[in-house]
Design a protein around this ligand. Structure first.
Ligand code: SAH
Ligand code: SF4
Length: 346
């Protein structure tokens, strides 16, 4: 039964929620992981693309119930990294062999459309880096101006495709507004990354299966997912993850099989649940790595979840470590910008 479904998914046949639940409970994990790794190799090659992430502000007006930097967490030490330090870090990224920068922050109104447009333009003028923004829900005009300024990609997770679960997690947000943002970004020719949290409180395997199928329907250029990890200063402090780590890795593997041409990063939260987590994810379907490039002084203040790795390392340490990781895994460094494999003309 399971083996037949695995064969079907490998052949690109349409999957149902029941099929996905069956794969999520697949006992022969090794054959699932091997199929995902082969699929990654055949479609995306052996390159690992490096996208350095700069967490440039931890100030957020939203209150997502899972997030450690939610606005109501008064224990946060707020920071905004000065533009000159962001630009300096971008310069270093080029020397480290990174080909993209991801600028991420809380939803911080200080960063107006114009301020970020200016920053994007200066990065474009001074480096060859591709630019991804991940600053939450903004209006169509902002996405248009940033694209014009040189932004290549945008990262905005839908977090869960279940409207009720979405509401239980996001007191300030509406799932449909978020999906509209994704649609707007796509219509503007911006490469779109999205994804979800695995194992939100009281999530069922059927809901997870639906997230996997929904994510696939969105036909994303990049799929970023990670396990939910309870943060002590949030309303979800006492909520355990709804699943075990096998389910996290199986989710990556199934997404790879369903999305042969999507970029899939090994996100940082996998290292918070298992010191070897990101390596395993890279062997089970992922092809992108996002080294932390946030200057060291700020790192401890951007803890979306506890146990985040690399808090005490410098950006130089992370750059050295990632090269060793790629070598250890027998993979190669992606030398180009790693734009979407779905539409290389973008
Ligand atoms: N403010 C922006 C970007 C920063 S948050 C936004 O919300 O899009 C980036 C991601 O961190 C979120 O999409 C969410 O999935 C993840 N995250 C937040 N809290 C988390 C937690 N407790 N466990 C795991 N991931 C978390
Ligand atoms: Fe703010 Fe993003 Fe955290 Fe939500 S997930 S509270 S928008 S930083």
């Amino acid at each position: 039964m399971h083996t037949t479904i695995l064969d079907h998914v490998k052949q690109g046949q349409t999957m149902t929620v029941e099929n996905i639940v069956s794969l999520l409970t697949f006992p022969e994990v090794d054959s699932l992981y091997q199929a995902a790794n082969e699929c990654r190799h055949n479609n995306m090659g052996d390159d690992i693309y490096l996208r350095g992430i700069i967490e440039f502000s931890n100030i957020c007006i939203k209150n997502c119930n899972y997030c450690g930097i939610r606005g109501s967490n008064t224990e946060i030490v707020p920071y905004r990294i000065p533009d000159k330090d962001i630009l300096n870090t971008c310069q270093k990224m080029v020397d480290w062999g990174y080909t993209s920068v991801v600028l991420q922050s809380g939803e911080d109104p200080f960063y107006t459309t114009e301020k970020l447009a200016k920053l994007i333009m200066v990065i474009k003028e001074t480096t060859p880096l591709a630019i991804t923004l991940s600053v939450g829900e903004r209006d169509e005009e902002a996405y248009r101006i940033w694209k014009k300024a040189g932004m290549d990609r945008y990262l905005l997770r839908f977090e869960t495709s279940d409207p009720k679960l979405f509401k239980a997690c996001h007191p300030d947000d509406d799932l449909f507004v978020r999906l509209e943002c994704l649609e707007t970004l796509r219509n503007k020719g911006i490469q779109v990354g999205s994804g979800f949290l695995i194992g939100l409180p009281n999530e069922t395997l059927e809901q997870l299966a639906h997230d996997i199928l929904f994510c696939t329907q969105l036909n994303l250029d990049m799929i970023g997912i990670g396990p939910f990890i309870a943060h002590p200063n949030t309303p979800f402090a006492d909520q355990p993850n709804s699943f075990n780590s096998d389910i996290f890795y199986k989710t990556i593997a199934i997404l790879r099989l369903l999305n042969p041409l999507a970029h899939i990063p090994a996100t940082t939260a996998f290292d918070a649940i298992d010191p070897n987590g990101r390596d395993l994810v890279l062997q089970r379907g992922a092809n992108v790595f996002m080294p932390n490039a946030t200057p060291m002084a700020y790192r401890e203040h951007y803890q979306l979840y506890p146990g985040k790795p690399c808090i005490t390392e410098s950006s130089d340490d992370c750059a050295g470590c990632v090269k060793g990781r790629i070598k250890r895994l027998g993979r190669t460094l992606g030398n180009d910008a790693g734009h979407s494999f779905k539409n290389p003309l973008r």
